[in-house]
Design a protein around this ligand. Sequence first.
Ligand SMILES: Cc1cc2nc3c(=O)[nH]c(=O)nc-3n(C[C@H](O)[C@H](O)[C@H](O)COP(=O)(O)OP(=O)(O)OC[C@H]3O[C@@H](n4cnc5c(N)ncnc54)[C@H](O)[C@@H]3O)c2cc1C
Length: 352
Amino acid sequence: MTRAVDVVVIGGGQAGLAAGYHLRRLGLDFVILDAQATPGGAWQHTWDSLRLFSPAAYSSLPGRLMPPQPGETYPEAAHVVSYLTDYEQRYELPVARPVRVGGVHRDGEFLRVEADAGTWRARTVISATGTWWRPFVPAVPGRTEFKGAQLHTVEYRGPADFAGQPVIVVGGGNSGAQIAADLAYDTELSWVTLREPRYLADEIDGRALFDHATARRRALDEGRTDTGGVASLGDIVAVPPVRAARDAGLLKPMPMFARVTATGVEWADGTTADAAAIIWCTGFRPALSHLAPLGLRGPRGHIPTTGTQALGEPRLHLLGYGDWTGLASATLIGVGRPAREAARQIAGLLGR
Ligand SMILES: Cc1cc2nc3c(=O)[nH]c(=O)nc-3n(C[C@H](O)[C@H](O)[C@H](O)COP(=O)(O)OP(=O)(O)OC[C@H]3O[C@@H](n4cnc5c(N)ncnc54)[C@H](O)[C@@H]3O)c2cc1C
């Protein structure tokens, strides 16, 4: 059966829900198709000890403040899942799940959205599929020779799996620092980073990052000098567990090794370290394979956009993937604004 709607939103994580909130306010006919069996997007799959880098009130989607988590300044991922579950119920967002979209195709005046649960004919599409589903691991020589376990951030659950064992964590971002801090007490940890880790000042958290991104957006909107992205402030938010491990001297960064061996890693000067496991905290790429039939891919796996709108297909918007789809759009508090812009542009295109 083929159903016709104004908008199909692909992905029911925070970005898809923020889009749904604004589409509903504008009175558009839409459906959100989400591959997960339950609400919460990627937050359902993170490691147990993950903490948000902003307090609850600074991690909110449009319309509803995230309530504080009792006893925690920086909420856990499970708290975000509860918030998103409540959010989609409260606003009665029409989420169909589990529904996985395989491809979006041009079909005359429609975009045809083909999914495992059927086909939708959409006047417009918002793609909000996130990045968690495309983990990135760099091509380091010898990686396939390693006999131990290799995991990406997405597969890490907690230190119990590695108790007492030599473990190498690779990556100097927030995931690498938080996972290294998690492992620092119960394993023989080596923390390897491409460059010296850059901590934000202890008093700076996601609130300041968001304020900085907002000031930058204003400057760019008004044609003033670019103040630089949040990366200019540092890479790692010193959330309490990271600060505690760092201050206890347990987070000693080592430079990147030259290759992986059968039993561990080897640096350029011939120094080696054995490992039972290597955990790659080396980032993500946007999950865009369902858009391949549209032939829009540009450099670095991105689709060229102006704001959230695809340059080569004005009926398609991309939401929540990173600064290239709206400054701070890959955060809870930052996705609301580009979601509103996308919904307004779609309403305009549909003549509403
Ligand atoms: C380790 C880590 C820590 C972070 N910490 C913070 C933080 O403290 N504060 C903050 O604001 N942000 C944080 N972020 C960033 C961001 O908030 C999350 O990455 C967020 O999950 C992105 O939301 P999303 O809706 O774009 O994607 P997702 O949550 O990944 O949701 C996308 C949804 O689309 C579905 N989907 C994918 N492909 C298809 C398909 N083909 N068909 C149908 N459905 C599909 C997925 O199953 C998923 O349900 C963090 C990110 C990471 C990785």
